[in-house]
Design a binder for this molecule. Structure first.
Ligand code: F6R
Length: 619
């Protein structure tokens, strides 16, 4: 996720901006930049691809002088991670400077409109389009444009007007060369906080960027705009109404602030899943249809079957994805593990669509599978979180997860993103092939869109899962079982427990119990059974009874309102009702929390489990 810092005050802005960006490094980024304005209106912009240290080196000995400025670390969403696409961006006059975090959904239409008016664009970013749009509004206001004009500052009013035309998510900070004491910040679905100092004020994506300078802060809510000057801050709604907002005092230390107050990145990333899922879905469901313009270049009519390939957690997402593709799009689909696929002499040809799923986009076995698919003339789609990663350079096209950088070694939010994108892909293929009942498609789209709220509600009450997890912290082994689309959920739950608590765990399809694993069951092998509402619910209950009859403790994951299940299981964790096909998305969340609380009770290093690397770039 991009990081933003803005400063308006009396001290040299550049070191403050660079220091703030350093404090936001944990958010992940691929390029960085600053723009600083001196009181005479002299503007300096510096950008560098890669680490912040590259930008610092570039500025060594000639840091821009000025007491107002903005800084940005970019996590690419539109356009490759390079210096041209790095922020800040300017409008066509070069007088308006803008940094942005988020995704402007209608940027293509706005860009076309600006291009028609004769605007040239230096970068491929959606951000630059917004800078141009602000420039157009500013020029119109200067030329005496009429209409409702609620904000006292011309530039702030221009930003307000431009943002009224923008669809999507953003946190922006902008300034104009002619107004050297004024920063304008605004947000819609992306974070931006205000820091309040003595004759100086700040804007930042997150609190850590402010802590060296002030502990007094003020929130900016979605749909609000802040006019920030050294002597004060005024907040308005985007409709121009003044807002009265009380400041608050930040009590976190720096380490806690980077994790938004959570003790571990893994827990923070679990809790941010509702927002990240909103980011992932934003703009991809409109008027009852799935929009995936990334797939426009493919010839989908040629596709006779789909192969999904990945490793680890991403492979579990593929298992869910294959079920949905077969069920909805009626295309034969198979999921394969990268390290197997690459040596299996798989049957692929130009009628095969190969979908490679990788959070990092750098996993060696997944990349090797991609190269193989290309050699065999298959069409290829990468589903990844990292713009510009190797996988995106070789696949025919890429669909991004948009869940922001994942810092914890154990995957959490990327899994929910992968499941959601694969569900969208399955619905998109069904839509293209005209094979899905309209009612069912509408129900699934509705369920996907309400999923973030449901996960949010679930995450508001984690005491129960914590309490149950603590009871099992000292077991040697755990058995997970699930059916249908939740078989992969059982595999993922078991993988999470193994990875971060080092407890041996096995995930199984519930129906396989009698074909072997039942022999292991005894009072020392507890079982987590996924028993949410489904077509095979009754069979799952029978499986639970079989487990219980062997003296094993049972933790059931069930649908809210299911009181029956408590008669069969020793402990019940509840999730909101969701259609079975999409239930693996929400069902995963309690299993992540369960693994987390077991690991904590065992004193494990949750964010850096032993022997594991975040990205497996070797075989
Ligand atoms: C598990 C985990 C790994 C990764 C796997 C693939 O928590 O993180 O199993 O899912 O190494 O990584 P990517 O998705 O980067 O290809």
């Amino acid at each position: 996720m991009c990081g933003i810092v803005g400063y308006a005050g009396h001290r040299a802005a550049t070191p403050i901006l660079l220091d703030g960006l350093k404090r936001l490094e944990y958010r992940g980024y691929d390029s960085a930049g600053v723009a600083v304005l001196d009181p005479e209106g002299c503007l300096a912009i510096a950008k560098a691809e890669g680490k912040l240290s590259r930008l610092v080196e570039r500025l060594d000995g000639h840091q821009p002088i000025g007491v107002l400025g903005v800084g940005h670390t970019r996590w690419a969403t539109h356009g490759a991670p390079n210096t041209v696409n790095a922020h800040p961006h300017t409008d066509s006059s070069g007088d308006i400077v803008l940094v942005h975090n988020g995704i402007i959904e209608n940027y293509a239409a706005l860009r076309a409109e600006m291009a028609e008016r004769g605007h040239d664009f230096a970068s491929e970013t959606d951000t630059e389009v917004l800078a141009h749009l602000i420039g157009v509004e500013y020029d119109a206001l200067r030329a005496g444009a009429n209409g409702f004009r609620p904000l006292p500052h011309l530039f702030a009013e221009a930003v307000r007007r431009a943002l009224k035309r923008v669809e999507g998510a953003y946190a922006v900070v902008a300034f104009h060369r002619d107004e050297p004491n004024l920063l304008v910040g605004a947000r819609q679905f992306s974070p931006l906080v205000i820091g309040l100092g003595q004759d100086e004020n700040f804007l930042a994506s997150d609190i850590p960027a402010l802590l060296a300078y002030t502990r007094q802060a003020m929130t900016l809510e979605d749909g609000e705009l802040a006019v920030v000057q050294p002597g004060g801050v005024q907040v308005y709604t985007l409709d121009g109404q003044p807002v009265v907002r009380q400041p608050f005092t930040v009590t976190w230390d720096l380490a806690a602030a980077e994790k938004s107050g959570f003790p571990h990145f893994f827990l923070k990333e679990i809790h941010e899943q509702p927002d990240r899922l909103r980011d992932c879905l934003r703009g991809r469901i409109t008027e009852g249809r799935v929009l995936l313009p990334e797939l426009d270049g493919l010839d989908l009519r040629r596709v006779k079957r789909v192969r999904l390939v990945a490793c680890g957690t991403a492979y579990h997402a593929c298992l869910m994805g294959r079920t949905l593709i077969e069920r909805w799009a009626r295309l034969p689909a198979e999921a394969a593990i990268g390290s197997e696929f690459r040596y299996a002499e798989p049957m692929i040809d130009d009628h095969t669509l190969v979908v490679l799923v990788s959070q990092s986009g750098e996993t060696a076995d997944t990349l090797a599978s991609l190269y193989l698919a290309r050699e065999q003339a298959a069409q290829t789609v990468a589903i990844t979180n990292v713009v510009g990663s190797t996988i995106t350079r070789y696949a025919d096209t890429s669909v991004y997860l948009r869940v922001g950088p994942e810092i914890s070694v154990a995957a959490s939010k990327s899994y929910l993103g992968q499941q959601s994108v694969l569900a969208l892909l399955a619905l998109y293929l069904a839509q293209q092939r005209g094979l899905m009942e309209a009612d069912e498609a509408a129900e699934m789209l509705e369920a996907l869109q309400t999923m973030p709220d449901e996960i949010e509600a679930l995450l508001a009450h984690t005491d129960r899962v914590e309490g149950v997890a603590r009871r099992f912290a000292h077991v040697r082994s755990f058995f997970y079982m699930g059916r249908g689309p939740n078989h992969p959920t059982a595999l993922e739950g078991a993988l999470k427990l193994k990875e971060i608590s080092y407890i041996h765990a096995e995930g199984y399809a519930s129906g396989e119990l009698k074909h072997g694993p039942i022999a292991m069951l005894d009072p020392d092998l507890p079982c987590l059974a996924i028993a949410t509402r489904s077509a095979t619910y009754a069979k799952t209950v029978s499986n639970i009874q079989e487990v219980r009859a062997r003296g094993a403790q049972v933790v059931a994951l069930a649908t809210e309102g299911d009181t029956e299940i408590a008669r069969h299981a020793h402990h019940v964790l509840y999730v909101p009702a969701t259609p079975e096909a999409l239930s693996p998305i929400i069902n995963t969340v309690p299993l992540q929390l369960f693994a987390y609380y077991v690991a904590i009770a065992r004193g494990c290093d949750v964010d850096q489990p032993r022997n594991l690397a975040k990205s497996v770039t070797v075989e």
